[in-house]
Unconditional design. Structure first.
Lengths: 364, 294, 136
């Protein structure tokens, strides 16, 4: 029966040939490591977010008078609504963590270097898109936490003279966070960002397949230093078949992701839901210790201790530009970071600073 | 090729430095704006505590004020009224924004009430309690004789705390009559009060478990308030009579809360089950991948 | 190969269990709300409440007050004060609802006139059919 179905498809699109060339004969480098699976885990995480997001969309009402109650309705009235909401919340935080890990490992292994600059830029844009997803989604439950965290973030552009106030007003739809802001962020979160994100994912994956997987620079290396003057697909004839070897590795990591997610949902359900997240938004009462989610703590802390607000915001913008265009700053051909102590130092210094700023932001 | 790479890299580094320089320079030219926006940033709500501006507080905490008046804002700051944003003008009237009109009768200022006028003063808001008090033995004693307990006698005037059972104590109640009556009253209240406290604890637990408990809290508050209002009749037989009604209400509430706890338990088990399935699949995939080791 | 086959079977089992564990909740999630959501309607005779009077009932575990307003007819409002939950009382002479706990006052539409309540009293659907009033 199964064979008959396969045959039906085969005579129409040549399925066998596709499976053979794209999956079975497609090889991954012999010295590939587990960190290479993080991209697919991030993709799986995004799909989970999109699907659960759709489910929530069925019952959520994007109006300040009804938003909070509709979310509470999902948690208490709709059967198993809690399940999908919890997956969406925990998933959003885990996805950011996975994306960060993917970013660190790509950086560490020098996979952004020529000819893969575009892949890095696409990835950087996706990180910004993910953070924008998080920002816009955070406002939707219309809780105390949502309202005030959004107030802080939408005031950051005011650091710039002349355009700052206008920019903030466009973001918020006015002088204060209000129902107008809610609708804007809702439209952004649900209708604008997803197709943009999917397009960039498509481009990113296309580039990875077309250029070829970059070999880890450690251990056995099949890569010789050749001058790059024309297009050449990087294959790994002495590597492992993508299917089933690497696919199984990827599936394993996805299972780890899901296990961690449900560990948190079962035993730490309030990890990402402090008291303020369960209190309806009150524009006249600021909670005592408002701070952004963990992935924004480092930039927030940096802003707090740089004395000039303008300088603080500008520095962040500059850092973002450097991050996005990094392959054009670091153009040395050597991919093995262990042979470049300066870059290694920069890597650990930045990572260390980011961790310190995050922890400081958490406890200040 | 290396030359070209270095050139690109140099170009980018140079442009970043240039941008940086432009930002620093322009930030000097907008220095005045910078000061203003910095001040804003540091005094914006999230940057620290909100400072309340009130004409009443300003004068009553200043050094020209008499000591007995000077302590009042401090007492009020430790009160339950303060926690609920009830301040000077809510009881005494007057204008908090305009010092000149802060004690003007035109803005509703009524000053401090006379001893026998205190019940009506507090009863402006605490309507139900006033009604019960006026009809009670205590209220009936106050009006004609000017003697007897008014609100302030038991609750204080500015340092008002959340009402609790221990306000009924020997020291307070035996000033006018024997403590026996008060003791019987306290016993009549005791069980219901204890029940209410236990339910309060349960609701708190639910809150830390992430549940939104507004409905339960409102239900409990309404029952509790009705019960406490009833106390002000100081009529033991009435209270004993009505205790059944309250107990029924509290039973219903407790059931609801118990159901919520059960639901939370189910969610935990369900999620843990799913977690185990995924761990199992992870192990299975890992073992399967070992059989393919090429 | 036997091991591989066994493992594949095991994985298929786990996989289908997890799928069912999501499919069943999904089904319940999307199913239209059951009969329980449509609460029992309560009906009264118009004659039971004369003009200017009101009647307290319990609808769906919620205390509700039905008022026969002389100018605008019947209305059903929730008696739960939106401040802290005490039950409001009807003041016939002043044509308003007063909460005994902190003197929150509402008009006969449910709107807040004064006091601490943050939101108006929710209305309960009511319609008049012939000689009866139907709540719900």
């Amino acid at each position: 029966m199964w064979n008959r179905i396969k045959n039906w498809i085969e005579i129409r699109i040549g399925l066998d040939d596709l499976v053979r060339t794209q999956l079975k004969e497609y090889s991954v480098p012999r010295n590939i490591n587990i960190f290479y699976t993080l991209g697919v885990v991030a993709l799986a995480a995004y799909i989970i977010q999109a699907v659960t997001g759709f489910f929530l969309l069925v019952y959520y009402i994007p109006h300040p008078d009804h938003a909070f109650r509709s979310v509470q309705g999902i948690m208490t009235v709709v059967p198993y609504g809690w399940l999908f909401r919890m997956v969406h919340i925990v998933g959003s935080n885990l996805m950011v963590a996975v994306v960060f890990l993917h970013l660190f490992s790509v950086f560490f292994m020098g996979s952004y270097k020529k000819p893969r600059e575009m892949t890095w830029v696409a990835g950087g844009l996706m990180l910004l898109a993910v953070l924008t997803f998080c920002l816009s989604g955070y406002l939707l439950p219309w809780s105390q936490l949502s309202y005030w965290a959004t107030t802080i973030v939408t005031s950051m552009p005011t650091a710039f003279p002349y355009v700052g106030d206008f920019a903030s007003n466009v973001l918020r739809g006015g002088e204060h966070v209000s129902g107008i802001t809610l609708n804007r962020f809702f439209a952004l979160h649900v209708a604008l960002l997803p197709p943009i994100f999917v397009l960039i994912i498509g481009f990113h994956i296309f580039l990875v397949r077309r250029i070829g997987i970059s070999s880890p620079p450690f251990g056995v290396s099949g890569e010789a230093k050749r001058p790059w003057t024309e297009y050449r697909h990087e294959s790994h004839p002495d590597g492992y078949p993508f299917y089933p070897d690497f696919v199984l590795k990827e599936m394993f990591m996805v299972m780890v992701y899901l296990a961690v997610m449900f560990l948190i949902i079962a035993f730490m359900p309030t990890l990402f839901l402090p008291q303020d997240a369960n209190t309806p938004a009150d524009p006249f009462r600021t909670p005592a210790h408002i701070k952004p989610e963990w992935y924004f703590l480092a930039p927030y802390q940096m802003l707090k201790f740089i004395p000039s607000k303008f300088l603080g915001v500008s520095m962040q913008l500059i850092l973002i530009v450097i991050f996005l265009l990094w392959p054009f700053f670091d153009t040395k051909e050597e991919k093995n970071i262990l042979k470049r102590p300066l870059l290694l130092g920069v890597f650990f210094l930045s990572l260390g600073l980011w961790i310190i700023l995050t922890i400081w932001g958490e406890y200040s | 090729m290396r030359y070209i790479n270095t050139k690109i890299s140099r170009f980018f580094s140079a442009s970043i430095f240039l941008l940086f320089a432009i930002f620093i320079c322009s930030s000097e030219t907008v220095a005045g704006y910078r000061e203003v926006s910095e001040k804003e940033f540091l005094t914006a709500p999230w940057a620290g505590e909100q400072i309340e501006a009130s004409a009443c507080i300003e004068c009553h905490t200043s050094d020209i004020m008499k000591p007995e008046f000077k302590n009042i804002p401090q007492e009020w700051k430790t009160s339950w009224h303060y926690e609920n944003r009830v301040s000077c003008h809510d009881c005494h009237g007057g204008d908090t924004k305009d010092a000149a009109m802060s004690m003007s009768p035109q803005r509703g200022f009524v000053g401090s009430p006379k001893y026998s006028d205190v019940p009506e003063f507090c009863g402006k808001c605490h309507v139900g309690i006033l009604k019960n008090y006026i009809e009670s033995g205590h209220g009936k004693a106050l009006k004609p004789t000017g003697r007897g307990p008014n609100c302030v006698t038991c609750h204080g005037s500015h340092n008002i705390q959340k009402a609790n059972m221990d306000i009924i104590n020997e020291g307070l109640c035996s000033r006018c009559h024997s403590y026996e009556r008060a003791k019987i009253m306290k016993q009549a209240l005791f069980l219901t009060e204890k029940r209410i406290r236990d339910i309060e604890k349960d609701i708190k637990r639910l809150k830390t478990d992430g549940v939104f408990t507004e409905e339960e809290e409102k239900d409990l508050f309404s029952t509790h308030a009705e019960f406490r209002t009833l106390f002000h009749t100081v009529d033991v037989s009435l209270i004993k009579e009505r205790t059944d009604v309250f107990t029924k209400k509290l039973n219903l509430l407790e059931n609801k809360i118990q159901n919520t706890f059960n639901e939370l338990g189910f969610r935990k088990n369900f999620s843990a089950f799913l977690m185990l399935i995924f761990i199992g699949m992870g192990v299975g995939i890992f073992l399967l991948s070992k059989t393919y080791k090429s | 190969m036997k091991r591989r086959g066994f493992l594949k079977l095991l994985l298929a089992l786990f996989g289908s269990t997890s799928l069912v564990s999501f499919a069943y909740p999904l089904l319940r999630f999307f199913a239209p709300p059951g009969e329980k959501a449509k609460a029992k309607q309560i009906s009264l005779k118009k004659a039971e409440i004369s003009s200017g009077e009101a009647k307290d009932i319990v609808f769906n575990n919620m205390p509700v007050i039905i008022i026969n307003r002389p100018d605008k007819g019947f209305v059903a409002l929730s008696r739960v004060c939106t401040h802290l939950g005490c039950l409001v009382a009807y003041d016939k002479t002043k044509k308003r609802l007063l909460c005994p706990c902190h003197a929150g006052t509402f008009d006969l539409e449910g709107k807040v006139i004064s006091g601490p309540p943050p939101r108006p009293l929710p209305k309960v659907p009511l319609r008049v059919e012939g000689e009866s009033i139907i709540i719900g």
